[in-house]
Design a protein. Sequence first.
Length: 317
Amino acid sequence: MTTVQLEYIVAVDTYRSFIMAAEKCFVTQPTLSMQIQKLEDELGIKLFDRSKLPVVPTEIGVSVIAQARIIIKENARIREIIADQKKEVQGNLKVGIIPTLAPYLLPRILTGFMKKYPKVKLEIWEYPTEQIMQQLKQELLDCGLLATPLHNPHLEEHPLFYESFVVYTSKSSPLFEKKIVKAEELDIKEVWLLNEGHCMRNQVLNICKDKFTMGDNKNLEYNTGSVETLKRMVDLNEGYTILPELSLQDLTTRQLNMVRYFKAPEPVREISLVTHRHFIKQALIEAFKKEILVHVPDKMKAQKNKKIIEILEEHKA
């Protein structure tokens, strides 16, 4: 039994395909299949039911693969111990980040991080929350930058900062005349929303007290996954939208005049660095975390006078 064989069976379990697993392991499919067959012969069991598509592990295969994942992690920790002793931060770091955060946070931190740690290769994907959570559990990502809490026992959350939600309002809205907005003054019939699948949509609905959906009250239902599009819809139409505070950094003076903050306690989203409960690459992840905090405004690092808005769909309760 070799570590390479264990990596192959974990890959097949992750991707449920011998062909895709071989591609991800950078070997030919016959080579991967032959090594798995040798391992099965040595153990005297079948690890996968090859008659099904996608391929699934057998009952005993599930247990063996779970143990293989542990062995691979512990093997990786040996390299971590050596790197830590050498005081080196190096290796690959695979990061998932939600689209409503990526364009406003990443440009601040990437250049500085890569200069400080030239031996690190960053691989970053923008995914919705559910996809990042799934890939963390499958160990396809090392960490994720997400709105929390997630209430998932398999994942560990490391809160970083608390980003306020603000109102971005058209001049025709009654909210434009206010200096401070109360959550109960929001009318969901007037709010431009992100489409289904974005956690920030649920948070906005949880801020609003009205229980109607946008489709029930407007002749137009516009589905977008872009915060920038929401701004544009307010600029050119009526109503208002809810924005995360980091998205205000590039607004013009005219646009900043359309921003209204909430009355304390301000509704905020808790942004956390999320890992698998038994994560590795601790030194890499800690370095990435520190670089993020360098570029986050100090006022976002404290939770005082702020109300964390759940990403769960409380508005449907």
